[in-house]
Design a protein around this ligand. Sequence first.
Ligand SMILES: [Ca+2]
Ligand SMILES: [Ca+2]
Ligand SMILES: [Ca+2]
Length: 184
Amino acid sequence: MNYAHGYPPAAPPQQPNLWQIFQNVDKDRSGQITTNELQTALSNGTWNPFNPETCRLMIGMFDSNGDGAINFQEFQALWQYVNDWTKCFRSFDRDNSGNIDRGELTQALTQFGYRLSDGFYTLLIQKFDRSHTGRINFDDFIQLCVVLQTLTASFRDKDTDRDGVITIQYEEFLKMVTHGAIKL
Ligand SMILES: [Ca+2]
Ligand SMILES: [Ca+2]
Ligand SMILES: [Ca+2]
């Protein structure tokens, strides 16, 4: 493997096995983690494959050098992010069912600072619940939160007077929604 100068760096003390985890995820030993490799490595707690859209979103967020894959350096931040989401998911899964029901989702998003109507929660669950059970699995929960976060951030950018209303041109709107190639 041909890593950048000085690689692999000493693993941070709190995650001594990170290099090993990286190598396990990097199935073809290319030194880079692709969407497929990440998808295989992650579990949503069901027998179904991890949401590929969530993997794609996360790779997009942590691919700092823009080559479409995750090297070890980028992986450290990505893995921390996955761990943070795992903790977050578990803390909101109050009944330990392994998924987030409507009440738990409401509590989670309210705690994140969102003020959303009942109707919008129905829409969110319809849109992001790939299992069609009315409950949100781990992978879909990340996708839901990231999409919501990204769109809210683009909205806030335009909502300079903070009144919750924006006026935008058609192409500006398209840019907002396609920024990061979000599929809604
Ligand atoms: Ca690889
Ligand atoms: Ca990269
Ligand atoms: Ca639950």
